[in-house]
Ligand binder design. Structure first.
Ligand code: BES
Ligand code: MN
Ligand code: MN
Length: 457
């Protein structure tokens, strides 16, 4: 039986890629209001795709933001029910001039598929749809019950999803949640992620004089908004990479010896990483490895700073305004709201003289870690091993999927983060791509997983 879906997928590979191209052509950028219609079109495209794969009860469910696409197949009586979550929205594409091919004109080059969303997350969502199709077409049934719920607001922090999940508890009832929206540690190394960092962020606005001023007439007499924000931002971090916000680390759960050993056993080559990233030195909190710093330690990062004259040549001006966007990656047991409050307190205590400072909160989500000895997670590890023929690694991830902690709280189900992306696939950046090797192998892994799961649960 196993060879059946394998043959089906092989035989239909080009057709499936053509369909994925159509999915990727729709510019479903959730953060930009001018793309609202495209996001809707994308939801409609996906709903059609779910239907033609053989899912039932397919519907587009409205939220206060972008819609959720739902579909199910519930005829595996007595077998576990899987809720598959993913997102069909994508990040903006700027800076456009750095793309080698247009972001919404999918292109294959060197066995990699280039397009915005190829890896994060349309490519991976599409694999789940085609795995279902392959099993239904070749065996007429699925070994498990499946509910698919694909949202359109992940890249903006899923602001409307917690209430949706709360309201649709019955519809979403399941035994396990499976998500393919993370990555493998390196090519050929299947990886299950058992933890994600949380997130919180804010915009900081600094307002000085009424308007910009001549730096000859007023320079030396009033505060300069650009200097003020630089001074404030500098106060957030020590030269050693530690965050200097009072209380920032208070609730951080220390890394366990077991985790430390497990991460050492991955033998991450930091020197190779340094070269690949093109930097003279890796940088971060002292006393921790790169993996530890990016998986189990929190950060506060400046994402953008805006102020003053950016044009050609000289302009002797005192900027009257400055702004910065900062975000923190959080780890258990940090709480996004508590951290935002600590940062506000820090700003209050460190704000430079002669300006007014205001803040606006941005997206947030709680951190998440789960024990990976759960049978559903171990079954996923075995499915990967069947296809990749090497042991599965269990790691935490540095990124965030805000709804995962909410799933944990509201639905209280095990979450299996079974991702097929690779760290160098430029998620959120120009030239995002997806390795077709993982498209092919991932499809097989997913099919095997549903069989493994029936035995495991
Ligand atoms: N798929 C990523 C998250 C991810 C990537 C987790 C790699 C682990 C490894 C997701 O789409 C994402 O980008 N999330 C955002 C959330 C934010 C916009 C609220 C993130 O992590 O920045
Ligand atoms: Mn994603
Ligand atoms: Mn993303």
């Amino acid at each position: 039986m196993a060879t059946n879906f394998e043959q089906y997928l092989k035989h239909n590979r080009q057709k499936h890629l053509d369909e994925l191209f159509d999915f990727l052509r729709i510019p479903s950028i959730s953060s930009l209001s001018e793309h609202k219609e495209d996001v809707k079109t994308c939801a409609e495209w996906l709903a059609q795709s779910l239907m033609s794969a053989g899912l039932e009860n397919v519907k587009i469910m409205e939220t206060d933001g972008h819609p959720v696409v739902y579909g199910d197949w519930l005829h595996a009586e007595g077998k576990p029910t899987v809720l598959i979550y993913g997102h069909y929205d994508v990040q903006p594409v700027d800076p456009l001039h750095l793309w080698d091919t247009p972001p919404f004109e999918p292109t294959i080059s060197d066995e990699k598929l280039f397009a915005r969303g190829a890896s994060d997350d349309k490519g991976q969502v599409f694999m789940h749809v085609k795995a279902i199709e392959a099993l239904l077409q070749t065996t007429g049934a699925l070994p498990v019950n499946i509910k698919m719920m694909i949202e359109g607001e992940e890249e903006v922090g899923s602001p409307n999803l917690p209430i949706f999940v709360e309201n649709q508890k019955d519809l979403l009832a399941a035994d396990v949640i499976v998500i393919s929206d993370t990555g493998m540690i390196e090519k050929g190394k299947p990886t299950i992620c058992y933890g994600l960092r949380g997130l919180c962020g804010m915009q900081i606005n600094v307002k000085g004089t009424k308007g910009d001023l001549h730096s000859g007439l007023y320079g030396g007499g009033v505060q300069n908004a650009a200097h003020a924000i630089v001074e404030l931002l500098a106060s957030f971090r020590g030269k050693d990479g530690r965050i200097l916000v009072d209380g920032f680390y208070d609730k951080v759960v220390a890394i366990t010896d077991n985790e430390k050993k497990a991460y050492e056993a991955l033998h991450t080559d930091e020197e190779k990483l340094r070269q690949d990233l093109g930097v003279p030195k890796l940088f971060g909190e002292k006393g921790y490895t790169f993996n530890e710093r990016t998986w189990v330690r929190p950060t506060l990062e400046i994402n953008g700073v805006y102020s003053g004259f950016q044009g050609e040549g000289i302009k002797t001006v005192l900027p009257s305004e400055a702004a910065a966007k900062i975000t923190c990656r959080l780890v258990p047991d940090q709480d996004p709201d508590e951290i935002l409050a600590l940062i506000e307190k820090h700003i209050d205590a460190n704000k430079p003289e002669g300006v007014t400072v205001t803040v606006e909160h941005l997206d947030k989500g709680a951190p998440y870690v789960t024990p990976y000895d759960h049978p559903a997670i171990q079954a996923a590890g075995r499915a990967y091993e069947k296809v990749y023929n090497v042991p599965t690694s269990y790691t935490r991830g540095g990124g965030s999927i805000p709804i995962v902690a909410t799933f944990d709280q509201i639905l209280n189900l095990p979450v299996v983060l079974m991702g097929f992306g690779l760290p160098d696939e430029n998620f959120h950046a120009p030239n995002e791509h997806f390795h077709l090797e993982n498209f092919d192998k991932g499809l097989l892994t997913i099919c095997h997983y549903w069989y493994e799961l029936t035995d495991a649960m």
